[in-house]
Design a protein around this ligand. Sequence first.
Ligand code: SF4
Ligand code: SF4
Length: 364
Amino acid sequence: MIAQTQTRVLTCIQCGKCTGSCPESGRTPFNVRMLMRKKQFQNAIEESIPWYCTSCGSCTIRCPRDVKPSEVIIEMRAALVENGSIPVTIQKALENTFVQKNPWGRSRAKRGAWFEKMDIEIPHVSETETKRLLFACCIQAYDPRCMVIPVNVATILKKAGIEFGVLGEEEACCGNEIRRIGESGLFEELQEENRATFEEYGVKEIIALSPHCMNALKKEYGDLGIKISHYTEVLAPMFTYGTVVPKGSYNKKVIYHDPCFLGKQNGIFDEPRDILKSVNGLELLEFSRSRDNSLCCEGGGGRMFFEVEATYQRNAEVRVQDAVNRGAEEIVTSCPFCVMTLEDPATEKGIKVKELSEILMEVL
Ligand code: SF4
Ligand code: SF4
C-alpha cells in the first residue's frame, strides 16, 4: 500500500488541479500540491499540516494522474498516529472510539436513547422480516442537536410503511473519520465488529442516516453483500411518485448545501433536491458552488474533533454569507456534520440551518 502510494505520488505532474479545488489551500498554511511535491522528494513535512485536510475528496476527483492526494494525506497522518505526534483532542477521540465505539466517549449503553423515547415501537433488526437496518451514526445517536434526525427519519419511514429495525447499543462507529485520521488498525476493528453484527442478524439492507456512514459501509467495508443507501435515496422515489404526499406547505426560500460525502464523493445530488421540490410552497435556491463544486463545510476528516491553528474565515462562514446573498431564509442539508458546522455562523447571521428531515416533519 505504501509502495503503491509512493509510486502514484511520483506520477504527479504538479498541475495544481488539486490545490485549485481544495477548500483549505490558499487560505491556510496548507497547500496540497506542495505537499505532494514534498512527498515526491521525501522532504520533511511540518506535523501540523496534514491535519488541515477535511477529506472532502475534491483533489482526488480532479487529479488527472490518479495520485489520490487525499489518500496520500491519510498515509501521512498514519505515520503521525504511529509516532504519537497527533493533536491531543484527536488522540482523545481515538481513545473514546476504542472504548465506547463513539468519538465522544459517551456510554455505549446509551446509543439507543434516540428511539427509546419515541412514541412508536422500533424493533431490533433481528425481529424484522426484511432485515432492513437503520444505521444511526455516532453524532445522531448522541448529539442533542442531531438526535432528532433519526427520530424524524424513523417516523417518516413508518408513515410510508417501510419496515426497518435498529441495533441500538450493538451498533459501533462506522470508522469513516477514524480511517481518515490515519488509525487504520482501529478502523479495521470497527469494521470487523460491525460486519460480524450484520452477519449475526442476517442484515440484508442498510439505510444510513449519515453520508459518512454510508460512504464507509458502501465503499470501505469490502463486499458485504448488503444493499446500502442513504435515507434520501429511499425517500426520493416515494416523494417523487406520490407514495408519500406532503400535506402542508413550506413557504420559504431554502438553499440546499451538498454534503461532500453524499454529493461529490457518492454522486447523490438529485435525490435530496427531488424531495425538496415535492414540498408545496418551498422555493429551492442553489449556491453558485453546488453539486460537485460544492464548498466543503470543513467538518470531515477529523476536523470535527480539533481546531487548526490558522485564523481565517471558515468555510461555514463563507457558505452562510453566500446563502444570505442569494436571499435564502434557510440552509438545508442532509448530513449531521454539515448541520453542526454551519449552525453557529448561521445563527450569528440570523438564518436557520435545517436537516432535510426536519422540513419533512413540518409538512407531512
Ligand atoms: S492534481 Fe494530481 S497531478 Fe496535479 S498537482 Fe495535484 S496531485 Fe499532482
Ligand atoms: S481532500 Fe479536500 S481538503 Fe483534503 S487536500 Fe483534498 S481537496 Fe484539500
